[in-house]
Design a protein around this ligand. Structure first.
Ligand code: ATP
Length: 394
């Protein structure tokens, strides 16, 4: 796929707000899942999903392979039946409605364009399937191509267009059916890194411009962070957390989420003490075998319970001398540098705790790492505040 200057055209730059309202006559709709379960025979693919996706928002279903993202998307679209529960699109319960009656559209992996059809024919296809009369098709395809900035290329075949233009055809083909919700199944997965970054910003721009509800499946953490108003993290057929990107980053709700979203350092232990803090959270002291006390903040479970805490690798600091005993202001431990990986602006430093051999990760600005003058094999003291350490109940 080729990237060229045309990719940078803002697709609907010429389109007025009024045009968009006219073309997408029905506006956006929210989506609600009420205790939705899907079983394949005796295997439960997703269980008891409870989820509200606000109208006009960009929502990413994020999780590892096999966690149930695609099944969930397909159930909303109507391509998969549900075993129990209810799905609402707007205020309509759509459980029994076929895909074409749900006011949704789907954009598939690699865009799934017809290579032998022109841009116009690709976009027109869905309307033909719905038996929309010829005159109306002509108007609607013309309008949507103008909105996405492809009027001048309507008689070309997809392989005569750049990667960005191909994505816009796929979007136009979905949007021409006037959906209230657009679903995207890993649309960027086949693209190389550069193109993927550009295409996701264009997707976000189009979603904002049209104001529709977008629901996207991805296993790419960075993609979910950059696109979403709301991220739904799934694991083994369950929803682990629903949050804005910034809340997810700052406050992962489980060990799985903390690990999945990015390299967090996790310490498992037993709750030793919990003291209410000024802002409604507790200051929790966790006894961690071999490491002693580690302080974190969150909603405490009872004393004696097993639990964990998590600290981001960019919130650690390396200090040359150990402080006194660990305290809420200064968790600390001794670790040995075992791996230094320069990735660009950021250097990833792998460490092993001296006491337990647990692997840890420290991320630091490359310039700061160079200034620190620390080399592989050296023992260091890592330090972090309890305020940067998130308590994770089991
Ligand atoms: P990926 O990112 O790999 O696409 P996913 O999170 O989208 O994964 P799903 O495709 O929703 O996962 O699958 C969830 C689980 O349901 C998997 O264990 C999968 O093997 C199983 N599954 C999906 N479709 C079927 C089917 N038609 N019959 C039986 N099991 C299925």
């Amino acid at each position: 796929m080729v990237l060229d200057a045309r990719d940078m055209i803002q697709p609907a730059a010429a389109a007025s707000e009024k045009n968009i309202q006219e073309v997408l006559a029905q506006g956006a709709a929210g989506v609600s899942l009420r205790s939705v379960t899907k079983k394949y025979g005796s295997f439960t693919a997703v269980e008891n999903l409870l989820l509200d996706i606000p109208a006009g928002s960009y929502c990413c279903l994020l999780g590892p392979s096999g966690c149930g993202k695609t099944t969930t998307l397909r159930m909303i679209a109507g391509h998969e039946s549900i075993t129990s529960g209810d799905i609402y699109i707007g205020d309509r319960r759509v459980n029994a409605l076929p895909p074409a009656k749900r006011n949704t559209a789907m954009m598939f992996q690699n865009y799934a364009l017809f290579p032998h059809k022109t841009v116009w024919q690709n976009v027109e296809f869905g309307l033909r399937m719905r038996r929309v009369p010829t005159a109306e098709r002509r108007v609607r395809v013309g309008e949507i191509l103008e909105l996405v900035g492809l009027s001048q290329t309507s008689d070309r075949k997809p392989d005569q267009l750049s990667g960005g233009q191909q994505q816009r055809i796929a979007l136009a083909r979905a949007l021409v059916t006037r959906p209230q919700v657009l679903m995207l199944d890993e649309p960027l997965s086949a693209l190389d890194e550069n193109l993927r970054v550009r295409m996701r910003s264009e997707l976000r721009n189009i979603q904002k411009q049209f104001g529709l509800t977008f629901i996207q499946v991805t296993h790419h953490v960075e993609e979910a962070f950059s696109l979403s108003d709301q991220i739904v993290v799934m694991d083994h057929g369950h929803i682990d957390q629903v949050a804005t990107p910034s809340d997810l980053f700052a406050k992962p709700a489980s060990k799985f989420v903390a690990k999945f979203i990015g390299d967090n350092n996790i310490f498992a232990g037993t709750v030793l003490n919990a003291v209410p803090d000024s802002d409604g959270l507790d200051m929790i002291e966790l006894a961690v075998a071999g490491l002693g006390s580690i302080f974190s903040r969150g909603q405490a479970t009872s004393v004696g319970q097993t639990a964990a805490c998590s600290v981001r690798p960019d919130l650690l600091t390396i200090v040359s001398t150990a402080a006194d005993a660990p305290s809420p202001q200064a968790n600390h431990l001794t670790a040995r540098v075992v791996d230094v990986e320069l990735t660009g602006y950021v250097t990833r430093v792998g460490l092993l705790t001296e006491a337990t051999g647990q692997e840890l990760l420290y991320k630091v600005r490359t310039a700061d790492w160079a200034d620190a003058g620390i080399s592989e094999g050296q023992a260091v003291t890592l330090r972090w505040s309890a305020h940067d350490c998130v308590f994770l109940a089991d």
